[in-house]
Design a binder for this molecule. Structure first.
Ligand SMILES: NC(=O)c1ccc[n+]([C@@H]2O[C@H](COP(=O)([O-])OP(=O)(O)OC[C@H]3O[C@@H](n4cnc5c(N)ncnc54)[C@H](O)[C@@H]3O)[C@@H](O)[C@H]2O)c1
Ligand SMILES: CC(C)[C@H](C(=O)O)[C@@H](O)C(=O)O
Ligand SMILES: [Mg+2]
Length: 371
């Protein structure tokens, strides 16, 4: 298959982890005889620095013209520490999602067998956890009208949803549940918010079209607690934009690191694949960022194009790396590897999964001098 992919590495650790994802895709192209072309473009703080715009027209055009977007991360303390900065890197990401119509953000959360003892949560609580979070991505409080009065003393962000916005992602979530364990949990705040009451009404109506899927509801505050107390009860979680942002970072604790959580953002015509983490500025250039979230985002890209064997080849390489403890310091404080070395191992394993010559011992040599 021929695919043209826009690569938006962004800021902080974005370029370090995205280059490992590109590398994994190059190994896939080689092994399965595909032609993947990668085209770099600016986004985020680096784009502001170079062009004054967090999402230059050229970048947006490239994303619209290519088959898929591989996104790294955006964000810089320069803007985080200056609340009144007139232009912000995050605006680039939000506009990109909106302009490409990426209304559904799918965030898988999994407790890997080999990492059960690395999570701060107890093994018996997280064992078997396999959740797919469907986060609405182009509506809600993120995109509602924002106001600040002239005195700068009163501010508001409008949380608005239309029936159509709720319907389109709900159908995707129900269809996903049908292929999984047939359970869908709507996470909302319907005891307080009018917008959540509309979500409940619309989702309840749509549920009649999917009689094989069990639907339940959970208030977001309770959901936050259940995620830690009993995460394996969840199958598909459907939720609005901000609740999905928050509970997915929380859910990343189950797997052991946010550096493992990938995502796919899809709409009717475009698609983008991004780790759920941010630009982790403290780690920039240190080689300590976990590249697996970015690499698994590339696997989600392949799945999107029905390249299932290819996606599985990436997932198997990742699982092998985790099994052999070939991981960055977030998962391996004693004998960590650099971002690049983890990427190298995954690259080699994709190319030669059967090759017993991949020297697992050597890969750890000299680590203390690298990190
Ligand atoms: N999609 C995105 O581009 C995105 C997402 C979240 C935050 N941000 C931006 O990133 C900047 C920093 O935000 P933040 O510190 O709140 O969130 P962050 O996700 O960048 O980092 C939070 C913590 O998560 C851990 N972490 C994150 N990525 C990791 C990785 N690959 N490997 C290992 N550990 C990892 C680190 O412990 C880090 O301190 C901000 O400017 C924010 O707006 C961007
Ligand atoms: C950086 C920010 C705008 C973004 C979001 O809130 O969607 C991030 O937290 C994410 O999860 O992708
Ligand atoms: Mg987030």
């Amino acid at each position: 298959m021929k695919l043209e992919i826009a690569v938006l590495s962004g800021d902080g650790i974005g370029p370090e982890v995205t280059s490992q994802a590109v590398k994994a895709m190059e190994a896939i192209a080689h092994r399965f005889d595909h032609s993947f072309t990668f085209k770099d473009a600016l986004v985020g703080a680096i784009a502001i620095e170079k062009t004054g715009n967090p999402l230059p027209d050229k970048t947006l055009q490239l994303c619209a013209d290519t088959d898929a977007v591989l996104f790294g991360a955006i964000g810089d303390p320069k803007y985080d520490n200056n609340p009144s900065a007139p232009v912000r890197p995050e605006q680039g990401l939000l506009r990109l999602r909106k302009e490409l119509g990426l209304y559904a953000n799918i965030r898988p959360v999994k407790a890997y067998e080999t990492l059960l003892d690395k999570s701060p949560l107890k093994r018996k609580i997280i064992e078997g956890t396999d959740i797919s979070i469907y986060r609405e991505l182009t509506g809600g409080i993120y995109f509602g009208e924002k106001r600040l009065n002239d005195e700068g003393t009163i501010a508001s962000d409008l949380c608005e949803y239309s029936k159509e916005e709720i319907e389109r992602i709900s159908h995707l979530a129900f269809k996903a549940a049908q292929k999984r364990r047939k359970k869908l949990t709507l996470v909302d705040k319907a005891n307080v918010l009018e917008s959540s009451r509309l979500w409940r009404k619309v989702v309840t109506e749509i549920a009649t079209e999917y009689p094989d899927v069990g639907l339940d509801f959970l208030f977001v505050d309770n959901a936050a607690m259940q995620m830690i107390l009993n995460p394996s009860q969840f199958d598909v979680i459907l939720t609005e934009n901000m609740f999905g942002d928050i509970i997915s970072d929380e859910a990343s604790v189950i797997g052991g690191s946010i550096g493992l959580l990938a995502s796919a953002s899809v709409g009717d015509t475009c698609c983008m694949f991004e780790p759920i983490h941010g630009s982790y500025p403290q780690a920039t250039g240190k080689g300590i960022a976990n590249p697996i979230a970015a690499i698994l985002s590339a696997a989600m890209l392949l799945e999107h194009f029905d390249l299932m064997d290819e996606a599985n080849a990436i997932k198997e390489a990742v699982e092998k790396a985790l099994e052999l403890n070939i991981t960055t310091p977030d998962l391996n404080s004693l004998n960590p590897l650099t971002t690049e070395k983890v990427g190298d191992f995954i690259y080699d394993y994709i190319l030669n999964p059967e090759d017993s010559n991949i020297n697992f011992e050597n890969i750890h040599v000299g680590q203390s001098t690298i990190i």
